[in-house]
Design a protein around this ligand. Structure first.
Ligand code: DMJ
Length: 456
C-alpha cells in the first residue's frame, strides 16, 4: 500500500511541480519553501532513497538524471543550514550509500563545503541561516537573544561525520566535534539543555527545554552518533543517557488517566503540552534501550511503549484519526488539542516512526494495527486527486486541506510505513541508522575503519 501511496505522491509531484521544491496538490502547482532559498528539487532529493528502497527503478533513474543535470548549489540563496543538511545532504548521502552512484557523493560533499561558512562564529556554534553565495550567516530574528537553536546546530553530526569519511577531509567532523566541546563546557540547568545558545557569547538564551520543536533531534543525534560509530563514541553515549535521565526527572509525567507524556520546561515551570514532533521520542527511547546503563533496558523499552500509546491516543481522540500538531494535559483534557492553531496535521512522520521502531524492537502486532489505522486515515482525508495534502483541523468532520505535500511525507512518512510492513532485514538496525529526515546512513564498523586505515 505504501508503494501505491508513494507512486501517487511522486507521479503528481512530477506532473505538476517537477524540479520545484514541493507540490501544492489542490492547486496543482509548485510550492517554494523559503527554507531552501533558491535551491530547487527538495522533493526529488528527499525522495531518492525511498524510491530506491521501494524498487521504483524508473522513477529513481529520472530523479538521478535531474540531480545530474539540474541540482545546482551555485545560487544566491539564504538557506536554513539545518533543513538543507537533513534533507539535501542527508538525502544525497543515502542515495550514494544505497546505489553507489558517484554523482550523489560528489554533490553531497560540494554542498557540505557550501555550508562550512556557517561555522564562522566566535564559538564555532553555527548560524541558523546562511547565504551560500556570500557566506554570510545570521540567526532567526525570533530566536531568544540572537541565539542559535539546539535542534538545528545539534542535528549536523551524523551527516558531517559521513562527509569527512567520504571526502577524506577532516574539517566536517572537526566542526561538529567542536559543538560538543562547547556544550560540555557549559553548566546545564538541572542537567537539561536549553533550546537557545548564543553563538557569539557562548551563553544560553531563555531556559526553555523541549523534546519537541527546537530541541528534538539534538537528543536523537547523540544516541545515533554513538550507534553510527559502532558504539565507540563514548562521549555521545554519556551525553545521551545523562540527558534522558534529566528528561525523566524533570519533563516526563503521567496524566491522571494514566498516559505518560513529555512536557515542556520553561525556566523551571512545566507546560503540560506535547507536540506531534515529540512523539519521535518513543522510537528513540526504544532504540537506545539496549545500551541503557544500570539495567534500565526494559525500562527504556517500556518508556518507548508508553509514549507510543499516548501518541496513538492523540490520533484516536480526533475525528479524522490523525494527530494534531500539539496536544495538552491540562484544563480537564488529555491528549487533545485545545487551541485552534494546534489542531492541524501536516503529514508529519513522528508517530508512524515510533510505531516502526516499536514494531522492530518488540514485534507486538498492535504497532502494525496502529500503522494501518494511520494508512486508512491518510487515504481517507489527505489523499486528493493531485497528491497528498495536510489538514487544517483534525477534529472537524469536513476536511479543510492546507494544499502542501511536504517533502518529508515522501522521505519519512511513507518510508517508515513501508518499513513497518517489511521484514526486519530491510535496512537492519545492525547496519544502518536513520538521520532525522529518515535517510539511512551506514554504521561505520570498527573492522571496516581499521581496514581503510591500513590501506592508507
Ligand atoms: C522533518 O523535517 C524532520 O523529521 C525533522 O526532524 C522534524 N520536522 C520534519 C517532520 O515533521
Amino acid at each position: 500500500v505504501s508503494l501505491q501511496m508513494m507512486k501517487h505522491a511522486w507521479d503528481n509531484y512530477k506532473r505538476y511541480a517537477w524540479g520545484l521544491n514541493e507540490l501544492k496538490p489542490i492547486s496543482k502547482q509548485g510550492h517554494s519553501s523559503n527554507l531552501f532559498g533558491n535551491i530547487q528539487g527538495a522533493t526529488i532529493v528527499d525522495a531518492l532513497d525511498t524510491l530506491y528502497i521501494m524498487e521504483m527503478k524508473e522513477e529513481f533513474k529520472e530523479a538521478k538524471e535531474w540531480v545530474e543535470k539540474n541540482l545546482d548549489f551555485n545560487v544566491n540563496a539564504e538557506i536554513s543550514v539545518f533543513e538543507v543538511n537533513i534533507r539535501f545532504v542527508g538525502g544525497l548521502l543515502s542515495a550514494y550509500y544505497l546505489s553507489g552512484e558517484e554523482i550523489f557523493r560528489k554533490k553531497a560533499v560540494e554542498l557540505g563545503e557550501k555550508l562550512l561558512p556557517a561555522f564562522n562564529t566566535p564559538t564555532g556554534i553555527p548560524w541558523a541561516l546562511l547565504n551560500i553565495k556570500s557566506g554570510i550567516g545570521r540567526n532567526w530574528p525570533w530566536a531568544s537573544g540572537g541565539s542559535s537553536i539546539l535542534a538545528e546546530f545539534g542535528t549536523l553530526h551524523l551527516e558531517f561525520v559521513h562527509l569527512s569519511h567520504l571526502s577524506g577531509n577532516p574539517v566536517f567532523a572537526e566542526k561538529v566535534m567542536n559543538i560538543r566541546k562547547v556544550l560540555n563546557r557549559l553548566d546545564k540547568p538541572e542537567g537539561l539543555y536549553p533550546n537557545y545558545l548564543n553563538p557569539s557569547s557562548g551563553q544560553w538564551g531563555q531556559h526553555h527545554v523541549s523534546i519537541g520543536g527546537l530541541g528534538d533531534s539534538f537528543y536523537e543525534y547523540l544516541l545515533k552518533a554513538w550507534l553510527m560509530s559502532d558504539k565507540t563514541d563514548e562521549e555521545g553515549k554519556k551525553m545521551y543517557y545523562d540527558a534522558v535521565q534529566a528528561i525523566e526527572t524533570h519533563l516526563i509525567r503521567k496524566s491522571s488517566g494514566g498516559l505518560t507524556y513529555i512536557a515542556e520546561w520553561k525556566g523551571g515551570l512545566l507546560e503540560h503540552k506535547m507536540g506531534h514532533l515529540t512523539c519521535f521520542a518513543g522510537g528513540m527511547f526504544a532504540l537506545g534501550a539496549d545500551g541503557a546503563p544500570n539495567d534500565k533496558t526494559g525500562h527504556h523499552i517500556e518508556l518507548g511503549a508508553e509514549i507510543a500509546r499516548t501518541c496513538h491516543e492523540s490520533y484516536d481522540r480526533t475525528s479524522m484519526k490523525l494527530g494534531p500538531e500539539a496536544f495538552r494535559f491540562d484544563g480537564g483534557v488529555e491528549a487533545i488539542a485545545t487551541r485552534q492553531n494546534e489542531k492541524y496535521y501536516i503529514l508529519r512522520p513522528e508517530v508512524i516512526e515510533t510505531y516502526m521502531y516499536m514494531w522492530r524492537l518488540t514485534h507486538d502486532p498492535k504497532y502494525r494495527q496502529w500503522g494501518w489505522e494511520a494508512v486508512e486515515a491518510l487515504e481517507k482525508h489527505c489523499r486528493v486527486d493531485g497528491g497528498y495534502s495536510g489538514i487544517r483541523d483534525v477534529y472537524n468532520n469536513q476536511e479543510s486541506h492546507d494544499d502542501v505535500q511536504q517533502s518529508f511525507f515522501l522521505s519519512e512518512t511513507l518510508k517508515y510505513l513501508y518499513l513497518l510492513f517489511s521484514e526486519d532485514d530491510l535496512l537492519p538496525f545492525e547496519h544502518w541508522v536513520f538521520n532525522t529526515e529518515a535517510h539511512p546512513l551506514p554504521i561505520l564498523h570498527k573492522d571496516d575503519r581499521s581496514k581503510e586505515e591500513n590501506q592508507k
